[in-house]
Every structure is written in C-alpha cells, then in structure tokens.
Design a protein around this ligand. Structure first.
Ligand code: SAM
Length: 319
C-alpha cells in the first residue's frame, strides 16, 4: 500500500493496552486515567486488523503499549499472529519488568525481536523517573532475554539532562560484547507547556559531540538501515544508535501506521486524524469496507509531522 507521496506503508505498531506498570515522568502526564477494558480492542479484534493489514501489504508488526507484557496471555496472542501467512517481522517494545517471566514463552511463540526501554542504571533515579522501584526486575529481564536468544537486544534510552547524561558511558559499556545495541533517543515534548521537557531535552547533536570527545565513532550504513535510527560502531565497544525524533524529520521514509489500544488507526503519531476501527469492527463491517476506509486514511497520511499537533501521550497511542 502506498500513500499519496509514494511512501510504502508496510509497518503497523499495535498498542495492546494503555495500562503500564510504570509511570515514567516524561510519558505519563498527570492527571491521567486508563480507559475501561471494554474500550480496548480484544485480541480477536486486533487479529482481524492484522489479517486485513496483511492483505494490504503490511507485513511488519510491533506490539507495544502501555506495557504489552501486563496484558494477559500475550504470548498466546503472539503465537496466533505469528501463525498468519505473510508475517515478516513480529517484535515487541517493553520496559522489561516482566521479561524474566515471559521471555521464554514469547520466544517459543515466535516473537522475533525485542526493544527494551531503560533510561538509567541507578536504582534511586529509576525510582524517581519511573515512579517504581523496579530496576532489578528490568536487569533480570535483560539477562533472561539474552539467555533465551533475543540477540541483539536493543535498549532504548531517552536522554535526559538531569537523569542520565552522566550514565552514557555505562550504557556504552553494555554494547561491548555486541549482544546489546543501545539507542539514544531525543525526548519528545508531548506537552510543550511543561518547562520540564525543555530543561531535560538533550539533542542528538549535542550528545554526539560529547561522545566524539571521548570515543571514535564510525557510521555503520550497511546494517539496520530500516527505521529512523542512525547507527555507529564505537571503537573498542559495540554498536550504538541515535534517534533524533525531535530535531530531525524522518517523514519522507515513514512506513508506519499505529493501532491505538482504543482501536483507532493513526497514520501519524503527531496528528490527531484517526480512523475509528473499533466502531467498524463492532458494527460487523465487512473486510472490503474496512479495507477501503484504511486506504482512504492512508491517502491522507500527512507529508510531514507537526510537533505541536498531538496532545496524546505515547502510553495512549502506543510508543
Ligand atoms: N512500556 C513499553 C516500554 O516501556 O518500552 C512500551 C510503551 S513506551 C510508551 C514506548 C517508548 O516510548 C519507551 O521507550 C519510552 O521511553 C518512549 N517514550 C515515552 N514518552 C516519550 C517521550 N516523551 N519522548 C521520547 N520517548 C518517549
């Protein structure tokens, strides 16, 4: 499926829940409340969307949230998705707290890759930033995921001036044996009014300059080319990536749609235009009708994002 700017749309990020076992400061802006479970898509409903998406040429899927691993029977759902003909990639984004428990069953169910979000390796900062004392669980989750064979494991870190700028070396150390790739991500201003965002923001440009004073970075172009990250080999260490989601625009290569936990299809994180698929699914709309609506939506995928247009947080839309 192509949009009006000839971008090939082949990637769907699916938020399986808006709930999370963390409340990270930059993600959940207070006040917030979760939706009741009847307004969240059932697995059967999501599966139908996946099947329809496959007929439209979408063959890469990522499960996210909220925290996907807190939804009951996720591994069983992974198995069902993975058994569909045409699935090329099925991955998961998680905070890792429950990975020790689920890594094995997810692997057996056919999950291919995991991205894990971790912003600090210090217990006190983790507690402050994520509002939970759970760093130990995340670290055991990482260990288990690597043991089970989710290699390379991508660790995503949102760079925050007062929280982790002093920990970058520790994260780089993680990459040494090439089993972990660390990706540094620019903090996105989900609510521009908040001075907190402005104060914490560190650009990829600033971070790269800082790193170049200490390390030798060589851009790696031939691997991991899909997606917005730029990858570098660090001499004597492994691979790191940078995602400058605020200061750079990747829209010209955007191949993604998002299915929100509340059942809407979004062509752009930063644009409120959505298709209410849940309503259609629950009104017994036929596949052809849904397909046509999706095509109409994709045609309207904005050429470029406008950073001010969304007041919805990642936990609602799906990070
Ligand atoms: N719970 C899962 C996790 O923690 O990976 C999936 C959902 S979470 C919303 C997905 C990603 O969104 C996390 O890596 C998180 O750091 C990122 N995120 C949330 N708010 C963000 C913000 N304001 N700027 C940049 N990344 C953000």
């Amino acid at each position: 499926m192509k949009d009006q700017f000839s971008r090939k749309i082949n990637y769907l990020r699916i938020s399986v829940t808006d709930r999370c076992n963390l409340s990270c400061q930059y993600c959940k802006l207070y006040p917030f409340s979760f939706r009741d479970s009847s307004s969240i898509l059932s697995y059967e409903e999501i599966l139908r969307v996946v099947k329809i998406s496959l007929t439209l040429g979408i063959n890469k899927f990522r499960l996210t949230g909220g925290e996907p691993l807190i939804r009951k029977d996720l591994a069983k759902f992974v198995r069902k998705v993975n058994s569909l003909k045409g699935i090329e990639d099925l991955s998961l984004t998680t905070n890792g707290i429950l990975l020790k428990k689920y890594a094995k069953s997810l692997k057996e169910a056919g999950l291919k890759r995991i991205n894990l979000s971790l912003d600090t390796l210090k217990e006190d900062k983790f507690k402050l930033l994520c509002r939970k004392d759970a760093l130990k669980d995340v670290l055991s989750g990482i260990k288990e995921a690597l043991k089970i064979g989710f290699v390379p494991l991508k660790i995503n870190l949102v760079v925050l001036r007062d929280f982790n700028l002093d920990e970058i070396d520790d994260f780089i150390n993680f990459t040494k044996d090439f089993r972990v790739i660390v990706r540094f991500i620019e903090l996105m201003p989900f609510n521009e009014e908040l001075n907190w965002f402005k104060r914490q923001f560190v650009s990829v440009k600033e971070l790269k300059e800082k790193l170049r004073r200490k390390y030798i970075l060589t851009e790696v172009k031939d691997i991991y080319t899909a997606g917005p990250a730029k990858y570098y080999k660090i001499k004597d260490f492994g691979i790191i990536g940078f995602i400058a989601g605020v200061n750079e625009c990747f829209c010209q290569d955007c191949n993604r749609l998002r299915l929100t936990s509340y059942g809407s299809l979004r062509p752009c994180l930063w644009n409120k235009n959505e298709l209410n698929l849940k309503e259609m699914l629950r009104a017994y709309a036929g596949d052809q009708e849904i397909i046509q609506k999706i095509k109409d939506l994709v045609i309207c995928k904005p050429k470029e994002r406008k950073l001010t247009q969304s007041q919805v947080s990642m936990w609602e839309v799906g990070g």
